[in-house]
Design a protein around this ligand. Structure first.
Ligand SMILES: Cc1cc2nc3c(=O)[nH]c(=O)nc-3n(C[C@H](O)[C@H](O)[C@H](O)COP(=O)(O)O)c2cc1C
Length: 269
């Protein structure tokens, strides 16, 4: 079973491809996270599969995202006890593999390794997203690595991290989270059309609509989904994202502004 968490679509894309290559089931953790907040009594907490479990997610500060770790701690995995991690990243995953191994111990699952795949940077509150053509190039370059990972998973082998590095000491990581992973600086401009795309997409159900405009509730994980998906770029994060290109990869391979560019024809060869 391939389970994915995503902010801006990269990890969904990788999970879709992996599920297809492994002929396995695809499950959206975002959908389950939202359901746990909106309707906890009817939400799903157990996942069953005889094939290994594969978790695909973005790298946040050289770690598996904290909100995802919390989600997994509340889950029960039935059937296979093997768990793989595939992390999408903008540049590197630091020591994410050793943290993921520790998490597996907590979950009583067998750690089958972590592999990272370079995808377009989405963290526009701090960095820059690549332009549409560059993004297509990065996504296309991921294909051979994906095929290799799927081969390893199908044959039950361990996988290894290609973009590991020194990472960040635990105290710095906590400080970073405290200082930067906040929604305090999100605001909406007059150009907001009140479509509520941001609120509907937020995996944390952290955005409510008030007088036709989004309001952030303080439980943000900075996944960038809201700022990236807004169809009129009306969402800003302080001054940091001003004038920067927003990056979002839709499930059908379409990219957002400035130039919509499907992955299909050109990238599937
Ligand atoms: C809060 C935050 C922290 C991030 N930290 C890292 C990081 O430590 N290393 C890295 O290579 N990329 C980092 N990124 C970039 C994303 O991991 C990368 O763009 C990923 O593919 C986004 O996946 P998604 O589209 O599924 O959300 C970070 C992004 C965000 C939003």
């Amino acid at each position: 079973m391939v389970l994915y968490f995503t902010g801006t679509g990269n990890s969904r894309y990788i999970a879709q491809e992996l599920a297809e290559l492994c002929s396995d089931e695809l499950v959206s953790i975002n959908r389950h996270m939202r359901q746990r907040k909106l309707d906890p009594y009817n939400a799903q907490y157990a996942f069953q599969s005889d094939l290994p479990f594969v978790v695909v997610c973005p790298t946040y500060c050289w770690h598996v995202p904290e909100v995802l770790e919390d989600f997994l701690r509340e889950c029960r995995f039935v059937g296979s006890s093997d768990l793989y991690f595939v992390l999408t990243c903008g540049s590197g995953t630091g020591q994410a593999a050793s943290h993921a191994k520790e998490l597996c111990r907590e979950l009583d699952m067998h750690f089958m390794g972590l592999s990272s795949i370079l995808m377009p940077e989405n963290y526009i509150s701090l960095f820059h997203a690549p332009d549409a053509d560059e993004a297509v190039g990065i996504i296309r370059a991921a294909k051979p690595q994906l095929e290799n990972i799927s081969l390893q998973i199908r044959s039950g082998h361990q996988i290894r991290d290609s973009y590991a590095g020194p990472g960040m000491p635990a105290f710095l990581y906590r400080l970073f989270y405290k200082l930067f992973v906040t929604d305090k600086k999100f605001y909406v401009k007059d150009s907001c059309i009140g479509c509520s795309a941001c609120a509907k997409l937020c995996p944390m159900v952290n955005i409510s609509m008030k007088d036709g405009h989004p309001v952030w509730q303080g439980h943000c994980t900075q996944c960038q989904a809201c700022i990236a998906v807004c169809p009129v770029d009306a969402i800003e994060f302080g001054r940091r994202a001003k004038g920067k290109r927003r990056y979002y990869l839709f499930a059908d391979g379409r990219q957002k502004f400035p130039k919509e560019r499907p992955l299909s024809s050109s990238s599937q060869s």
